[in-house]
Write a protein that binds this ligand. Structure first.
Ligand code: NAD
Length: 271
């Protein structure tokens, strides 16, 4: 990597894309060198800094990663289909990727991993440091409390979100299952309606709220008859994800090819 991390933001006019442009412009040691939007977007050709509300940065939105200059990292918070298309270009050009897109079905995620086998990648359902700390706490709580405590995960997001449960809620479920030494797919209950029967011991229930402009709320509950432990995280501003993603990019730019997550970036895997 050159002294300054050269960053391309994919989907730079999106809700997260604009935050990412701002976070890159504020990060000491990072420079925005490219910004993309979907082909056909009326914003192609405009300055990414102006779109993000941070003033002109001299980087025009283009409609393809191929039209972007050499870079150290691509930060991609778009959609599963476009992230897969971007990954093919990143693999060809050997550019590291920070992926924030959620909502991948398992086969698509496996494709993504294959495509990106030769480059360093951080993928996280949530780039907030607080959420990643919560995942560690949930893993530990699940180990200590076991199945005597019924585990439920709640999440709430804005009305535009298209996938459910959120990637973060699923990551919490996986951390919880890992703490209990089980596979989440064996114990997850994603919906309840009608005569569901009594709660199955050891199951992990998910519940979802969508509305307004909620940035992101997640809560893991461990419920016993006599007490309840809750690990709760509330994100008040999307900048928290954008700053975490840029931090991940900075960490990633000097790594060997491999598939990493925020546990690695924050050093939790070494604890
Ligand atoms: P959004 O719809 O506001 O933004 C997505 C942007 O990508 C749009 O501007 C769209 O035009 C653009 N886009 C689509 N196809 C493209 C292509 N081929 N090339 C370039 N740009 C393209 O959505 P959002 O709220 O910003 O969320 C985007 C993704 O990030 C979602 O999957 C969301 O769940 C995820 N997300 C992740 C985190 C995290 O911390 N991991 C945090 C927030 C959101």
């Amino acid at each position: 990597m050159s002294q300054t991390m050269r960053v391309i933001v994919a989907g730079a006019a999106g809700r997260m894309g604009k935050m990412l442009v701002r976070a890159v412009s504020e990060f000491d040691g990072a420079e925005l060198v490219g910004a993309t939007e979907r082909p056909g977007s009326g914003l192609v050709g405009t300055d990414a800094g102006n779109v993000a509300g941070v003033g002109a940065l001299g980087v025009q939105l283009v409609d393809s990663l191929d039209a972007c200059p050499e870079a150290d990292v691509i930060i991609d918070f778009t959609s599963p289909a476009s992230t897969i298309a971007h990954a093919k270009i990143a693999a060809e050009r050997k550019i590291a990727m920070v992926i924030g897109t959620t909502g991948f079905e398992t086969p698509a995620l496996n494709d993504l991993k294959k495509i990106l086998a030769g480059v360093p990648v951080v993928m996280a359902a949530n780039y907030s440091v607080g959420v990643n700390l919560s995942l560690e706490l949930i893993r530990r709580a699940a180990q200590v409390l076991g199945t005597d405590y019924d585990a439920e995960i709640f999440e709430a997001h804005h009305k535009h979100k298209v996938d459910a449960p959120s990637g973060t809620a699923l990551a919490m479920g996986r951390a919880l299952a890992e703490g209990r030494g089980v596979e989440m797919s064996d114990v997850a209950v994603y919906s309840r309606e009608g005569i569901t029967g009594a709660r199955e011991e050891g199951s992990i229930g998910f519940s979802v709220v969508r509305g307004g402009n909620i940035v992101g709320e997640h809560k893991a509950m461990f419920i016993a008859d006599e007490e309840r432990v809750e690990i709760n995280h509330i994100a008040a501003d999307r900048m928290v994800f954008a700053r975490g993603a840029v931090r991940a990019g900075n960490w990633l730019a000097v790594r060997q090819p491999g598939w990493y997550d925020m546990r690695d970036v924050l050093g939790f895997s070494d604890l």
